[in-house]
Write a protein that binds this ligand. Sequence first.
Ligand code: 13P
Length: 254
Amino acid sequence: MKKVIVGGNWKMNKTVPEAQALARQLCDRLSDVNFADIFICPPFVDIYSLSIILREKESKIILGAQNMHYEAKGAFTGEISADMIKSAGGKIVVLGHSERRHIFNENDEYINRKVRAALDAGLLPLLCIGELLEEREAGKTEEVIRTQLKGSLDGIKIEDPSKILIAYEPVWAIGTGVTATPEQAQDAQKFVRKILAEMFDENIANEIRILYGGSVKPANAASLIVQPDVDGLFVGGASLDAESFEKIVRDAIK
Ligand code: 13P
């Protein structure tokens, strides 16, 4: 039985004091939650100090980073390596987020290198995939999902389903207030699992946790999570407020 997982992607929001205050509130509000794994992905500059706060609060909240570089070290001004994230207290790394793909032109081959580096370093990659509105309207949703999964995971063997997370995040639903309907999320995520079964095997694919992301709010979390192939939720805007993130987590019951 897979444990539900709910994460917050803080994107480029919160100063250091603001991030620390939000982390403290989340620790206090969510300390009793055992039914879901909870993670937060603050900006890089917050990971270390938040790891100290989470430890002080004896919180089970997991820390993640929003990106990383695939090289271990060297002359890559402005970049952060997997080992740096780990040493700061990060356990998860978001890779291939649509904002990285579309604003920073990251392609599947580049993301593939990052997934490999994260796995090699013992970080848990959260691979994001999802189609644009024009791709959905052109009936290309499945083709995009297949291409992104096969490209981003090319040559990678997953023998332990707990070593990777996938997030289906339709680009048209991110930050727009337009959520995929529970049926749209289910259809796409069932297809994600089908491709994972082709790439690995059915048992592994069944156990890999697939999150839905895109305008998740307290009002829609419950209807999304009950879908059979929605194993978790990845929350952007609504994770920036402790009360709304808490509501989403508490609704994330199968
Ligand atoms: P929103 O919840 O703000 O739509 O963002 C979703 C997202 O991008 C999570 O990674």
